[in-house]
Design a protein around this ligand. Structure first.
Ligand SMILES: Cc1ncc(COP(=O)(O)O)c(C=O)c1O
Length: 452
């Protein structure tokens, strides 16, 4: 198996000659803004130097200081309802005018409505809610609840995973760039093998074989280790889109029940319709014990996250679990209600499925014609293209991927790279066929322009 040569799964590399070239090509006003940014913000991997300074966001687009539009298929996976969504903006402004803050020990109708709206979207409707200010905090809360209700502190998560950047979350995360020189991490964090039917230790492309292999290893861990209170994973990995078969989830759920561990699904970047179902797990006829939500929950306006916990685990009244200042966040709750109303009224799940079918057809046509595309994985509006030097060896073509990224930015299409060679598109769910078609055209032009 190839060594991980410093590939970053979660995002694209923000250094290197192509980034420098891109930055050098910007106008003087943009360069000045980027320099000012660097002067005041600490540098960190995947974030600095920034790509561009933006002044406006609307629908599917970002706009820079020169009014250049970027069709944003990145959006930190937060813009399901599009930027500046009118329902969300109006609801948040109205909420701020009436009741901007709900101090702890008080409640308000808007908080109850938001919690109800999220529960109403589950299959069983048998959940209770806690809000948190970030996805990271929500994952931390889920881990604490698993400890509290099972009395067991260990947790199995997956290699290559990202669940947030706090100390507890990097302990369950599986990517070195997030924990490098930051240890020691939380004890009791055990890693399983992520489902990947394109690259795996078996060299198999059979979804069922790969799924069984991953779960056999998970079962092996359970068999040999005690005190495991939780299994934490993204049901569909956002970066870079791997979709296990339904059988994987059925067996996973049975295994967790057998070993009395809570099943925690992190759907922070993928829920709210991006999979074609409101919640991702609804594609697989399973329900987790704890569901973690974030990103798009705040309608692309307010930072907002939440956990939904099966009602039977509402057993923590003697500990203060979150104790967040914004425990019942007024603006966030207004945003949640408005985003859900918009998703319903504009039938974004239907649009997601429809555009997903279009994307599959367009991608199949590219795959047929361009050998540099080693694999295409699409589920709803989670879209991933693996670029390779050779389809047989599957050697990652990280250089081509980076060239395509900057070519596309030049042409006004923004997205992120995962694992160095995966073009990862997360369009807003309001995306039209014409917008998707234009992205595919830019991608094809980029392949033709950037291949050696
Ligand atoms: C899968 C996953 N989990 C957790 C997080 C952390 O969420 P936040 O950045 O809101 O803390 C992210 C953010 O990218 C994520 O993608």
């Amino acid at each position: 198996m190839e060594p991980n040569q410093g590939l970053i799964r979660e995002g694209d590399i923000n250094s290197g000659s192509l980034r420098e070239q891109w930055l050098a090509g910007l106008d003087s006003q943009s360069i000045k803004s980027l320099k000012e940014d660097e002067a005041v913000f600490m540098r960190q991997s995947m974030s600095t130097p920034c790509l561009q300074s933006i002044v406006r966001a609307d629908g599917c687009y970002l706009f820079d200081k020169n009014a250049k539009a970027y069709l944003d298929f990145h959006g930190n996976s937060l813009h399901q309802v599009g930027y500046r969504n009118p329902y969300v903006l109006e609801a948040v402004v109205e909420q701020l005018g009436a009741l901007p803050f709900i101090p702890r020990r008080y409640t308000a109708d808007i908080a109850v409505q938001a919690a109800k709206a999220l529960i109403e979207k589950t299959t069983s409707k048998d959940f209770k809610v806690l809000f948190t200010p970030s996805g990271t905090a929500a994952v931390g809360l889920a881990l604490k609840i698993a400890r509290k209700v099972t009395g067991k502190h260990k947790v199995i998560s997956l290699w290559e995973a990202f669940h947030g950047a706090s100390l507890d979350c990097i302990s369950v995360g599986g990517e070195y760039v997030f924990n490098k020189e930051l240890g020691p991490l939380l004890p009791g964090c055990i890693k399983g093998i992520p489902y990947n039917a394109y690259r795996n230790l078996l060299n198999s492309s059979s979804p069922e074989r790969v799924a069984d292999f991953c779960l056999d290893y998970l079962e092996y861990i359970f068999h040999n280790e005690g005190d495991i209170g939780a299994v934490l994973l993204e049901p569909i990995r956002a970066t870079d889109t791997h979709v296990p078969p339904r059988s994987y989830f059925q067996r996973l759920q049975q295994m967790c029940a057998r070993y009395q561990a809570l099943l925690i699904f992190d759907e922070i970047p993928t829920a709210l319709g991006r999979s074609g179902e409101f919640y991702v797990h609804q594609n697989f006829a399973v329900e987790p014990d704890v569901l973690v939500l974030g990103k798009g929950l705040g309608g692309g306006v307010v930072p907002q996250a939440a956990i939904l916990v099966k009602t039977r685990y509402d057993r923590c009244s003697d500990v203060s679990l979150g104790h967040y200042t914004h425990e019942k966040p007024a603006a966030g709750c207004a945003a949640i209600c408005a985003a859900i109303r918009y998703i319903n009224e504009y039938q974004l799940l239907e649009n997601c499925r429809r555009q997903g079918v279009f994307a599959k057809q367009a991608a199949a046509s590219l795959f047929e014609r361009y050998a540099c595309i080693g694999d295409v994985r699409i589920w709803g509006l989670m879209i991933s293209f693996e670029l390779v030097k050779d389809r047989a060896t599957k050697e990652r073509d990280t250089v081509l991927a980076e060239k395509i990224l900057y070519y596309s930015l030049e042409k006004g299409l923004s997205f992120k790279l995962s694992a160095g060679n995966c073009i990862t598109w997360h369009p807003p769910l309001i995306v039209t066929e014409a917008q998707l078609a234009s992205a595919f055209q830019i991608f094809e032009d980029a392949i033709n322009a950037c291949r050696c």
